[in-house]
Design a binder for this molecule. Structure first.
Ligand code: ADP
Ligand code: ADP
Length: 219
């Protein structure tokens, strides 16, 4: 991201959610963003993933300037290059772990690179023996593992992760962030993780703090 600005609201009441944000994340890097509620962290993820278009500045994903792309092109870029991981996994209740991973593979653009094998990927995240379980049959940490696997199955260039440990205890939180770091590194994914959990920052390569829409490097 270069010089990214984003305002929310209309003419009368506006909030500068992103104020001249510069951020570069390399393939294989796990970058953490901490900061108080309302600082602009979700806005940053939305812009990085092509869900929102900045008012100013450029966002480049896998060499493509997504700020120049229209809504359809951005949707295609998202399905091909972006993996999202949400709080508490956000799994679909009616699908088994294996089917959660099959779904994004069906919606890829036709020319996209081939995806990862769902069962092999579930094995990588320690969930092979639970491939046929539904979300309600999994613990919180297990659901998050499936959520991470689902985000990675299309071989995205970037991974955008929103508070992945919000629902987990301390030990589980460390496991999940270690898994994110390992998967990003092994598969050359540029990962951005928003977190309130200072406890897990040791597993991240870089740490940024966001305050009032401004981003600054912490480590
Ligand atoms: P964080 O994720 O750090 O809590 P957000 O990116 O959600 O921060 O929000 C940044 C600022 O933008 C906050 O002041 C928030 O109230 C405001 N905001 C976020 N989304 C909207 C929206 N859709 N309309 C108006 N204001 C918004
Ligand atoms: P945690 O200690 O992480 O909170 P749980 O107590 O929720 O975990 O679950 C412990 C184990 O039991 C997990 O391996 C999970 O897969 C399994 N499990 C949890 N709920 C169910 C269920 N409804 N049916 C089958 N297995 C379940």
């Amino acid at each position: 991201m270069e010089g990214v600005c984003l305002q929310h609201g209309d003419g009368t009441e506006t909030v500068q959610a992103l104020d001249n944000v510069d951020l570069a994340v390399r393939p294989g890097e796990l970058a953490a963003i901490v900061g108080p509620s309302g600082a602009g962290k979700s806005s940053l993820l939305a812009v990085a993933g092509g869900l929102a278009r900045p008012d100013r500045g450029t966002v480049t994903v896998a060499g493509v300037d997504i700020t120049a792309a229209g809504a359809r092109a951005r949707a295609r870029l998202r399905r091909e290059h972006v993996g999202f991981v949400f709080q508490a996994g956000n799994l679909i209740p009616a699908l088994t772990a294996r089917d959660q991973l099959r779904l994004p593979l069906r919606f890829r653009p036709r020319r996209a690179r081939s995806g990862r094998d769902p069962l092999a990927l579930l094995e990588d995240v320690g969930m092979a023996d639970r491939a046929d379980r539904y979300p309600h049959q999994l613990s919180g940490g297990e659901r998050q593992r499936v959520g991470i696997a689902r985000a990675l199955v299309t071989r995205p260039s970037i991974l955008l992760v929103d508070e992945p440990t919000a629902a987990l205890d301390r030990a589980r939180s460390h496991e999940i962030v270690r898994l994110l770091a390992r998967e990003s590194q092994h598969h050359g994914v540029a990962a951005i993780m928003v977190t309130h959990d200072h406890d897990v920052l040791e597993h991240c390569d870089t740490v940024y703090e966001m305050i009032d829409g401004r981003l600054a490097a912490l480590a």
